[in-house]
Each structure stands twice: as C-alpha cells, then as structure tokens.
Design a protein around this ligand. Structure first.
Ligand SMILES: [Zn+2]
Length: 429
C-alpha cells in the first residue's frame, strides 16, 4: 500500500468504528461470536478540543472467551487522556504552524482548559479552578510527534509506490546540531517537477558515496525506479558525484547554478576591483559598477544560455576578454554540469538545489536541537516529508516567491491526488 492508500484505509477504519451500531458491538472482537452479554460500563474523562468530557464506555462479556471487552470509539485513542482530535491538532500545530513543542502544548492547554493564553484572548473570563485546568505537557506532544515519526518510518516500504516520477530529481543536505554538539546532515531527494520528496535519511556527512547510496536505496524501497532516473541536481557534494558515476551511470548531473555563482563570487569581486585600480571616489565607483555589469553579464550569458551552442559562443567571448581568462577557467570545469538541464534527456531538471524545501523543515526543527538523537532527527524528517507531499502549495504568491502550482500538493502534481486524505490519516494518528 502506498501512503495515500494507507491513509484511505485508516480513514475507512475510523468511519467503520464510528458507524458501528449496538448490534455489531454484540459480536466479540476476539472470537467473532455473538454469545455475549452487556457487562456494565466504566466512565472516562478525556480532553477534547472543546474541553473535558465524560464518556461512558459500555462493556460486554463473551461467554465463549470468558472475557470482557469494551466498546472502542473513533474519537478516542485507547488508554489516552486526550482525544484523537487533540493529538491531531498538536501534531498539526507543530508541523504546519511551526511553533516549538513547548508553545504547542501551551496553546492547546489554553484552548482546552480556557486558561493561560485564553485569558489574554477573553480578559473577562474567570480563570478555571485547579481541578478544571488542563495539564498537557510538552513531553506528551513530543511523544505524539515521535509516534507519528515512527509511523512515517513504518510507511517507507512502498510509501510512494505507483507515484509517477519525472526522473528529474534534486538533492540537498541540511546540517543539524544535535544534543551533545554532534552534527548530522539530513539528506533529501525531491522530484524536480512534482516536488514529491522521497523518504530522507540522516548521515554523518555529504562527502561519502555511502551516505548517498543509503538515500537512493531508501527511495528505491519507497518505490522509485532507479532505471527511470535521468538527472540529479546537486550543489556539487563530492560523495554524490562519486556515487552517481559508480552506481547510476545513466544519470546526468546538474550543478546547482546558485552554488556555481557563489563559487565565482571571489574572482568576480577581484576583477571588479581591478577595473578601478588607480581611481578614487565617484570615478572608482562608476568604473566598478560598469565592470560588474559587464562581467556578470558575460558569465550570465554562459550559464543562462538557451542552447549549448549559445553557451559555447558566450564562453568563447568570455575567454577572449582580458579579464575573463580566470573566470573562464573556473567555469570550464563545471560547464557541462551547469548546462545539463538543456539536454533533451533532462527536460524538467531544475537548475538549483531545492534549498527552499528546508525553509518549512527548519521552522520546526530549531536547527535540530530539539532532536536528541540522529534517529529522532530522521523520524522528524520522515514525518516532514509525508506532510510536505500531502500539503497543497499556497494559493497566493508571497512577496519573495511565487508558487508554481498554487493549491496543488506534490502528490497531486505527480498524478496521485490524495482526494481528501491528509497526512494525519496517512500516519494513522
Ligand atoms: Zn469471544
């Protein structure tokens, strides 16, 4: 079952549970017989989003099994003090709104118990008495999040089975500092066209091929057909290049354009300064401005060329300039990698790393400091990936970036719309 089917099955099981009539509860869940009788009931006081409720749980006795069983509710989680909706709200608050675990717990306590922040929102309300207060702790929220992370981990096999891949992928790594000062990197593989993220891994570094091998191996487990990969975009992590060359020889490699620009920045600055040698004041400023426009324009003509031929011509023009020799030399080493996306074989390959993906992840992570261990970091990355794949892009454009496919989630972009199934269903919360 892929992740959408899992979500659908979970939602069905909840609906089934909710629709079970008194007659169906007479059937013993262990042996399936109906030789049962009512066996009293017990009372519980779980917290719901609108406060604490009293729930009467009827019990039955099976004469065959000689044991009792109690009726289950779709709204409650067995053995929990908090209803399912509270858990789902907590996870969503942390994952979607992006606050700390501590503030998530505070916000929920305020809503549930009409205490703390609630009294800021409704200053005329009386504070609740001590026994009516909600005591949801940050560690409970943390536990629910980690449980969701465990679920995400369990869904890795076939998670994205039958989800079409464009074959044009992009990778990136995010460094996180864990408790005890250990640093780890979360490695991620995303589809450049649909935006679907394959299940990430946590590694010690980006330099070894083994780390990238694990990432690709996990994606394969989740349903990626390696033979269908055509291109991978990266910032030039050496481990990835070595891994691709050795294990995925049919895959072309696109160097991230931003990173190439960053690599050229020093040389460009040196040339710009050289252009103003011996000048001062306004004259120097004007000379620098002019030189920068000329140099950046010449490099851009190479990197942004619409065809390989145009890039070659632009490269020759750059090389012919008195100031362009060193830039051309620096660029030469990466020219093929910079222009991979122009190949027919690599239509749809992105030119930049999916660094923007981390924006959503970072917000939640506190740079990884919340995560005590690398296993926990990995679980929270796996949870994030599932959330991301189900989450529609924003409808509106923000000031700094516009969304290519507003209102559609990556899974829908890939051709597998979740149709009302959410990431919380997919993770059986
Ligand atoms: Zn029975």
């Amino acid at each position: 079952m892929n992740i959408v089917e899992r979500g659908r099955a979970f939602l069905h099981s909840l609906r089934d549970l909710a629709n079970r009539g008194a007659w169906e509860w007479r059937r013993c869940p262990r042996c399936g017989d109906t030789l049962t009788q009512r066996w009293g009931s017990y009372t519980r006081h779980p917290w719901f989003l609108d406060g604490r409720q009293t729930v009467v749980v009827p019990r039955h006795f099976c004469t065959l099994c000689r044991r009792t069983y109690s009726e289950q509710s779709a709204l409650l989680v067995r053995g929990g003090w908090y209803a399912r909706e509270v858990r789902r709200c907590a996870i969503d608050h942390w994952q979607h709104v992006g606050s700390s675990v501590r503030k998530t717990a505070e916000h929920l306590r305020s809503l549930l118990g009409h205490q703390e922040r609630w009294l800021l929102w409704r200053p005329l309300d009386p504070a609740p008495s001590e026994e009516d207060r909600c005591h949801l702790s940050p560690s409970s929220v943390e536990r629910w999040l980690d449980q969701a992370g465990h679920r995400a981990q369990e869904t890795v096999p076939d998670q994205l089975a039958a989800v079409p891949s464009s074959g044009q992928l992009a990778t990136d790594g995010l460094w996180a500092r864990l408790r005890g000062k250990a640093t780890k990197v979360v490695l991620l593989l995303a589809d450049g066209v649909s935006g679907v993220i394959w299940p990430p891994v946590v590694a010690d570094g980006e330099e070894t091929p083994a780390a990238w091998h694990r990432l690709v191996e996990r994606a394969e487990k989740a349903g990626l057909v390696l033979r269908e990969i055509r291109g991978v975009t990266s910032d030039g992590a050496t481990g990835l290049e070595a891994y691709l060359a050795r294990s995925l020889a049919w895959v072309s490699h696109q160097r991230c354009i931003f990173h190439l620009w960053r690599g050229l920045a020093g040389e460009i600055a040196a040339r710009v300064n050289a252009a103003a040698t011996g000048m001062i004041g306004e004259a120097a400023k004007a000379a620098k401005r002019h030189a920068r426009e000329e140099i950046v324009g010449a490099v851009r003509a190479v990197l942004d060329a619409p065809t390989h031929r145009a890039a070659q011509h632009a490269f020759e023009r750059l090389h012919a300039q008195s100031w362009g020799k060193d830039l051309a030399r620096l660029l030469d080493a990466h020219l093929d990698g910079a222009l991979t996306h122009l190949l027919d074989y690599n239509q749809g390959l992105v030119r930049t790393n999916p660094e923007w993906l981390w924006r959503d992840f970072r917000l939640r992570l506190g740079h990884g400091r919340n995560q005590g261990s690398d296993l926990r970091l990995e679980r929270s990355a796996l949870l994030f990936a599932v959330y991301h794949n189900f989450e529609p892009a924003q409808e509106r454009s923000e000031r700094k970036r516009s969304y290519r496919h507003p209102g559609l989630c990556p899974l829908a972009m890939a051709g597998v719309p979740p149709n009302g199934i959410t990431y919380l269903d997919a993770l059986s919360v």
